[in-house]
Design a protein around this ligand. Structure first.
Ligand code: CP
Length: 334
């Protein structure tokens, strides 16, 4: 990598060619733009523990209608590292005029006039999409919308993979959850992986299969992409299935409360990656990386994996700052 200067960063921002755009879905960018963004992220890594006056005077406003640790704090960190400022509404239901029954659309119409970019997390994807349409010329980033998509989580996981392997095409990846209907990070990631040439399998119970829109988007727009659905594993068959994979991607999902909770735990157990499976593969000379998009609950993942070279969940956290810096920079432009 050549020396990183303000000038070289500005050149890479231009290469992404995304100034003033909203990032609503992983499909908001072309493959070339995603790869250019990864290059920008890599060049910004040197700055992700530092402060650069790239965007003095720019403000990112974060509207989070659902709890968040990583997405909210890493966007906040990313904007401040770029020399910009951040306004955060972490509990708008109680602290903003939403509490006085103001509509999300009206809130967005106002906030968009203060901000250079808005990051919105919301439990209802339709409401979020409609509100993003009220932001006028101010770009909006999807920070997780309902059960639909969480595209910046996919960005950081794709970027981590790209940094690890130097490419995404040809990698064998399983996206697995006990409920793929609600796994918004899995929806974004499966599409990003398939578009960039990975060999993708999506594993779930048949009755909780990924929404058809995800597969249709891939097959319609990328007819050569390799994506398959695989159903109804039990723990042993699932661990056999992943033996030749390069990555197992665990998007997590909301566990039901009450009477269904125990039954759901049994299904979660069917998609439990055993550290013994990874150890045996490592001994054969094959590394199966595992990442969980976090937060994770007890029983969702073998915590012994945390202490092995196979885990990527925490390795991706610092990368999340670099790639969110890159996204903000690409949107704010020169
Ligand atoms: N992965 C993720 O979106 O984490 P948070 O909910 O903590 O932002």
């Amino acid at each position: 990598m050549t020396a990183v200067t303000m000038q070289s960063i500005k050149h890479l921002i231009n290469e992404v060619d995304f100034a003033g755009e909203s990032f609503i879905s992983i499909n908001s960018m072309t493959n070339d733009q995603l790869l250019a963004l990864f290059e920008l992220g890599r060049n910004l890594e040197l700055q992700n523990r530092d402060h650069w006056e790239l965007f003095p005077g720019s403000i990112a406003t974060l509207l989070f209608f659902q709890p968040s640790t990583r997405t909210r704090m890493s966007f906040q960190t990313a904007m401040q590292r770029l020399g910009g400022q951040v306004i955060v509404e972490a509990s708008p239901q109680t602290s903003s005029s939403i509490a006085k029954e103001e509509s999300l659309n009206d809130m967005m119409r106002c906030v968009a006039q203060y901000a250079n970019v808005v990051v919105l997390r919301h439990p209802n994807a339709d409401e979020a999409r409609e509100a993003a349409g009220c932001a006028g010329a101010t770009p909006v980033i999807n920070g997780g919308w309902g059960h639909w998509e969480h595209p910046t989580q996919a960005l950081l996981d794709l970027y981590t993979l790209w940094r690890k392997f130097g490419h995404i095409d040809g990698l064998k990846v399983t996206v697995a959850a006990a409920d793929m209907i609600e796994a918004r990070t899995g929806h974004s990631m499966a599409q990003g992986l398939a578009r960039l040439g990975a060999d993708v399998s999506i594993a779930s119970p048949r009755e909780k299969r990924v929404p058809s829109e995800v597969i249709e988007n891939i097959r319609t727009n990328y007819p050569d992409a390799r994506v398959e659905e695989v159903f109804d594993f039990e723990k042993d068959s699932f661990n056999q299935f992943i033996e030749d994979k390069d990555l197992v991607y665990l998007p997590g999902c909301s566990a039901p409360a009450g009477a269904s909770a125990e039954a759901f735990k049994k299904v979660m157990d069917d998609y439990f990656v055993k550290h013994e499976t990874l150890d045996a593969a490592r001994e054969r000379g094959h590394m199966i990386y595992v990442t969980h998009t976090l937060p994770r609950r007890a029983g969702e993942m073998d915590l012994a994996i945390d202490d092995t070279p196979n885990q990527l969940a925490f390795e991706s956290i610092l990368h999340s700052v670099s790639i969110r810096m890159a996204l903000l920079a690409a949107i704010l432009g020169n």
